[in-house]
Design a binder for this molecule. Structure first.
Ligand SMILES: [Zn+2]
Length: 299
């Protein structure tokens, strides 16, 4: 641990089953270490668990973190202090996580939505590096999104922007995890794939390719809805690039290949249509943790 950069930031991505940790240097976005542990599903245990990791990592690196970024799969309040809605761990609804962390250990913390910080990481250091208008989409347990303009994460006036997964696309359709009906998330998440009778996107594509009727219809549904999502994003916001990540995207080459031309049919600006650029995420499963750490960097 000699000659180590003292300007270190910790990223913590709290997921339903695992919490990912990453340590990066604020200067060069160099990653020092990353690992994951099981997420405690209890308010007090979660705070103790994060604080214990910070303390033990600070001993190991012989420095105090310059900032700790926390990513969470849920709705965060506009000041970035409280989890308002936690779809996966209901006990964390209305939980003032930042206040509890600060009370337990005095550090600089930031809290943001996991899809927002995913987009931020991909815009700064991943598939969209160098682009000025970036949209990130995550397809996994749910469907999330994030907008980044000129390296600044767009949070919305009330912290509620980029919830592409909850766009109403099929009123009267399937009930969504948020309680609404007919949202994109129910067509493009792990739940949608399970509804089509398989466990993974890859399996769905393979079965569809082999002629299985149910899989063919399911795969066609995913292509169509991803196409609608991409077209809606472009018509509404005209980004330079859309980056798609999350567990489903990793094995979704065929899905993306088919959804992009499908989206073009619904893009109204001929220039935006011709320039449509959709890329798979580059930073892998630690993108959210990295984005949270990057967001914690002092400007
Ligand atoms: Zn919804």
């Amino acid at each position: 641990m000699k000659n180590i950069d003292k300007n270190l930031y910790l990223g913590v991505d709290i997921g339903a089953s695992n919490t990912k940790f990453i340590i990066i240097s604020g200067k060069s976005i160099k990653t020092f270490e990353k690992f994951h542990l099981s997420t405690p599903h209890n308010k007090r245990k979660l705070v103790d668990f994060i604080v214990a990791q910070i303390k033990s990592l600070e001993i190991k690196y012989r420095t105090k973190f310059a900032g700790v970024g926390v990513a969470f799969a849920g709705i965060i309040n506009s000041s970035g202090t409280t989890i308002l809605h936690s779809p996966n761990i209901r006990e964390l609804d209305n939980f003032p996580l930042l206040r509890k962390l600060s009370a337990a250990l005095d550090r600089r913390y930031i809290l943001n939505n996991d899809a927002n910080v995913f987009a931020f990481a991909e815009a700064l250091a991943g598939a969209a590096k160098g682009a000025s208008r970036v949209v990130g989409i995550t397809l996994g347990t749910g469907m999330g999104g994030g907008f980044v303009v000129n390296k600044v994460l767009e949070k919305g006036a009330h912290g509620g922007s980029a919830e592409i997964g909850h766009t109403i696309i099929d009123p009267g359709g399937v009930k969504c995890s948020c309680g609404g009906w007919g949202h994109f998330e129910e067509h493009l998440s792990a739940r949608a794939i399970r509804r089509h009778g398989v466990k993974t996107q890859e399996e769905l594509a393979q079965r569809a390719g082999a002629g299985n009727k149910k899989a063919k219809a399911g795969f066609a549904d995913m292509i169509a809805y991803l196409g609608y999502a991409l077209a809606n994003i472009v018509n509404f916001w005209d980004p330079e690039i859309i980056v798609i990540g999350g567990g489903i995207a990793e094995d979704a080459d065929l899905l993306l290949k088919k959804a992009v031309p499908a989206a073009k049919k619904d893009i109204v600006s001929p220039e935006a249509r011709a320039a449509l650029k959709v890329k798979k995420a580059k930073l892998g499963e630690y993108a959210g943790a990295m984005g949270a750490a990057l967001l914690a960097i002092k400007k």
